[in-house]
Design a protein around this ligand. Structure first.
Ligand code: PLP
Length: 446
């Protein structure tokens, strides 16, 4: 493949944009390819190379790149009437009504502009509502670029995970491992009266993919109730993808107090949202006194794109299609690995997938973790599947960037450039795309 133009663009970008990119995960060595346009399930780069795309904008593009006609029409007619107003519009109510009708725990919702803004606001809301300061987070979980959750270490010794966060902030954050009920119980019994909320992704989508063991979230729910802390599900990735329109909470049968959304709910435009029970969400200003505000919040074009997308999804076989292709892809990769590289594990559920590159001495081996079998203690390989972020990180993570990603890209398959981020099948993918992708996996492992 020729990448000359991408190289030139990267050189230009490096002199005016730090690292040449506007989100650090996009930085690929020696250089990223620059996208010219999308086409269905594919992207075409600046040099004219075509890739089957499983990054899908890091999750928002459930329908792929070529939006169905009603979605296009909604976006274009809304944009043509003027970009935004600083006054409410009816479309905001319609999208809020759609979300509250479909997501089991959500009675009221406030829209913001990113997943990060949603989690920042959700944590401030939990603190304001409970009058407590501490937050329990899951190690290996990700809730955006915000000081309350960019915290490493453990509950005994939390430390900033990036320069720029004062040590003193981190004393309010208590990291615990995913799927470890005993550790969570111990931390909550020590700090219970000070804990405003436990925030967790329903499954780890940014160090993973790691599914919850069968009754984990039910236990987290009960432990929160015992100490009067709120449970926040960060459904920025899983929202309107895992578990269909009910989201992961519907699939798991566990209702959080607050849910954060992003990605799909904006139909490909910048979005975030905080939903939950009315008595909690109404604590936001102006109905309550927890400050929350934003110039672009409830942006009409985003609301139109989100609503038209979700209405299209509700009326068509979108989840059947993406979940069936997800199963086909995970099963196909699993079969390829079983013969050629059995120390690798395929993880994921619904339309999400990833390959965890494990080592022979890692507890994580198998190549068989598909379709949520991690949730099933009866599975013969249950003990071998990743249970938390540390299990995933123990693998040979550099192999992804060094070997796997570039080799797949050269075969026309665009995967997430680092080991930890989820990958997505969209409504635009076809069986032929999946077959081509499996051929590329086969060629790499041969
Ligand atoms: N929460 C989760 C679970 C995410 O995966 C992300 C981003 O990928 C965020 C929050 C932050 O969202 P954003 O990048 O829109 O700020």
């Amino acid at each position: 493949m020729n990448h000359e133009r991408s190289r030139t663009l990267y050189d230009r970008a490096l002199s005016v944009i730090p690292g040449g990119v506007n989100s650090s995960v996009r930085a690929i060595q020696p250089y990223p390819f620059f996208v010219q346009r999308g086409d269905g399930a594919h992207v075409i780069d600046a040099d004219g190379n075509r890739y089957v795309d499983y990054v899908m904008g890091y999750g928002p593009l459930l329908l792929g790149h070529s939006l169905p006609e009603p979605v296009q029409a909604a976006i274009q007619s809304t944009a043509s009437e003027g970009p935004m107003y600083g006054a409410p519009t009816e479309i905001e109510i319609e999208l809020a009504e759609f979300v509250t009708r479909n997501v089991p725990s959500v009675e009221m919702v406030r829209f913001v502009n990113s997943g990060t803004e949603a989690t920042v606001s959700a944590i401030r809301l939990a603190r304001g509502y409970t009058g407590r300061d501490k937050i329990v987070v899951i190690s290996g979980g990700y809730h955006g670029a915000q000081p309350s959750t960019l915290v490493a270490g453990d509950a005994e010794d939390p430390t900033p995970s990036t320069p720029g966060i004062p040590e003193s902030f981190t004393k309010h954050t208590l990291p615990v491992p995913f799927n470890d009920e005993d550790r969570l119980r111990a931390v909550l019994s020590e700090h219970g009266d000070d804990v405003a909320a436990v925030i967790t992704e329903p499954m780890l989508g940014n160090t993973g993919i790691v599914a919850p063991t069968d009754d984990y979230h039910q236990t987290v729910r009960e432990l929160c109730d015992e100490i009067g802390a709120l449970l926040i599900f960060d459904e920025v990735i899983t929202g309107f993808r895992v578990g269909g329109l009910q989201c992961a909470q519907g699939k798991l049968g566990v209702l959080p107090d607050i849910t954060t959304f992003g990605k799909i709910v904006g139909g490909g435009f910048p979005v975030g949202a905080i939903g939950g029970r009315t008595e909690i969400i109404e604590q936001f200003t102006p109905s309550g006194d927890v400050f929350q505000s934003g110039t672009f919040s409830g942006h009409p074009v985003t609301m139109a794109a989100g609503l038209a997308t979700l209405e299209f999804v509700a009326e068509n076989d979108v989840y059947d299609h993406v979940n069936a292709l997800g199963r086909q892809l995970r099963g196909g990769i699993r079969d390829i690995l079983a013969d050629r590289a059995p120390e690798y594990t395929v993880v994921g559920t619904d339309s999400m997938f990833k390959t965890v590159f494990t080592r022979a001495d890692s507890p994580v081996q198998g190549g068989e973790c598909v379709d949520g079998c991690q949730q099933d203690r009866a599975c013969p390989r249950f003990s071998e599947c990743p249970k938390n972020g540390a299990d995933v990180r123990r693998g040979e993570t550099d192999r992804w960037e060094r070997l796997f990603w570039p080799a797949m890209k050269e075969q026309g398959v665009f995967l997430t450039p680092n080991q930890f981020e989820s990958q997505f099948v969209s409504y635009a993918h076809t069986e032929a795309d999946i077959e081509d992708t499996l051929e590329a996996y086969k060629a790499f492992f041969e």
